[in-house]
Design a protein around this ligand. Structure first.
Ligand code: GRF
Length: 193
């Protein structure tokens, strides 16, 4: 059984979609949810699905990365999924999970990535630049924001009357459709091979 930990900072709709996707799998299990925000809605979603959920503050991530890596060891975590997670991961964790940490970014990287490019900031920037398409990028995670090797991208049109909210909705649909399946494929290629 491959055990996944999902790291999320906020709402967690992707996290819940991934939980639902794997709930009947005999090969892959969502084992642990970690959030750096104490009141993040993703923690409620985890308890609804009876999945262990832990809050680890940003300060602890920075000053005591052992706390997170110990949690991962305790839960026998094999693979890490970032889904709306706002912090850089401690280097120790990145080193311990080579090609076993993925993130999803709500734009077509390498454009509209990097520090400060998250959530609505991304969709606003895409619309303000007059882009005619945007999309999602699923990539491996390294020590820089949004710079790990790209695994998968899917695009959608940006229409003249799109607002950051309507674009976010289109992007979420792409995320729900593709992220769990890409995670499954990567786990099969890198771990269950
Ligand atoms: C998603 O758009 C994801 O691409 C980005 O943050 C958003 C998280 O949304 N990294 P949710 O918390 O999964 O609803």
């Amino acid at each position: 059984m491959v055990r996944i930990a999902i790291f999320a900072s906020g709402n967690g709709s992707n996290a819940e979609n991934i939980i639902n996707y794997f709930k009947d799998s005999s090969a892959i299990k969502c084992e642990l949810i970690i959030s750096n925000k104490e009141n993040a809605y993703v923690l409620e979603r985890a308890s609804k699905h009876k999945i262990s959920a832990r809050h680890v503050s940003g300060k602890e991530f920075r000053e005591n990365p052992k706390k997170v890596s110990d949690l991962l060891v305790q839960h026998n975590i094999d693979f890490i999924v970032l889904a709306g997670f706002m912090l850089l991961l401690p280097e120790k964790i990145i080193r311990n999970y080579p090609d076993r940490i993925v993130n999803i970014h709500p734009a077509l990287l390498p454009s509209y990535g990097g520090k400060g490019m998250y959530g609505m900031n991304v969709h606003r920037a895409v619309i303000n630049a007059g882009e005619t398409q945007s999309g999602i990028s699923i990539h491996y995670v390294n020590e820089k924001y949004d710079e790990g090797r790209i695994i998968f991208q899917a695009a959608c049109p940006v229409d003249k009357n799109d607002t950051p909210d309507t674009l976010a909705e289109k992007i979420h649909h792409l995320e729900y459709k593709h992220y769990p399946a890409v995670i499954e494929q990567i786990i099969h290629e890198n771990i269950l091979k």
